[in-house]
Design a protein around this ligand. Sequence first.
Ligand code: CP
Length: 336
Amino acid sequence: MKRFLDLDDLTDDRLQAVLRRAAALERAPITDDLRGKTIGLLFMNPSLRTLASMQAGAQQLGGSTFVITPGQGSWTLETRDSVVMDGDAVEHVREAIPVLAQYADALGVRCFAKGKDLDEDLADGLIRQMADLCPKPFINLESALAHPCQALADWKTLEDLDVPRHGGRFVLSWAYHPKALALAVPTAALTMAARRGMDVTVLHPEGYDLPDPVLGKARALAASSGGSVTVSHDRRQALDGAHVVYCKSWGAPQHYGRPDDEAVLRRELRDWCVQESWFGPARPDARFMHCLPVRRNVKVADEVLDGPRSVVVQQAGNRLHAQKALMIELLTEGGA
Ligand code: CP
């Protein structure tokens, strides 16, 4: 069964084919590749881009969608196994997923990290459980540790901008956010850039080291692709010669699941709001990337988001083209 849980699910050949198709769909958006097909979308968490781009994308390919948002017009869902369901949840995913799969030709599911147990979230088990329950093609629309649709769109954005694969300098920078955020997007951006063969620097304040399994995977990908992964706490050093700064916040792993403890560390870090002055040592044409949504003047200053470096809207636009190509890959004979 075809499923897209992480970028790893596409071989290098298929990844390049999907990116080529995404570029073609950007030039000629309307096709009938999904005529008569329905994509079921289950959103356990909120979305703007993913929800709208999946719906618009399916429609532009001649298909249709239905959207389930548990607790908002449909039953609240339980995800834990072997639990006595005497709380708020009315229905279990063990029934809900195979039921929805009968109404659709593929399912896309968003289920974020629970944010309580680091090992549990690093295992990314819930999205795999959902995929295992689905007898149809399955798309991860962001899970505890992965956001492969974002990674695919970001890869296309780098191609569109002619950012070099080998020798391209990609900085993944931590930024301040009032809450401890999940690891899915930083992991997706880091592993995408490493697999693309770029020289990646992970820039963050003390205490915000990405977990070893995340860094280890990125380093293994870089070793295969001819790229590199380093870690820095020094902003000037990290941005020296950078082609791209990709900003994202994440929670301190040492305080995972304990937001009150983490807040003590975090409250001293409000100056980690990306400013134009950060780009002094970067290439003059360095780009700023962020997956969105973003809190202006908390995480990133207006001057950056509204300035010529920012490609955040282009990134979001590429979600549409990339996911359309992905749906064709997963749902049609012509895809593979
Ligand atoms: N970047 C992203 O996935 O956006 P949404 O959360 O709005 O879908």
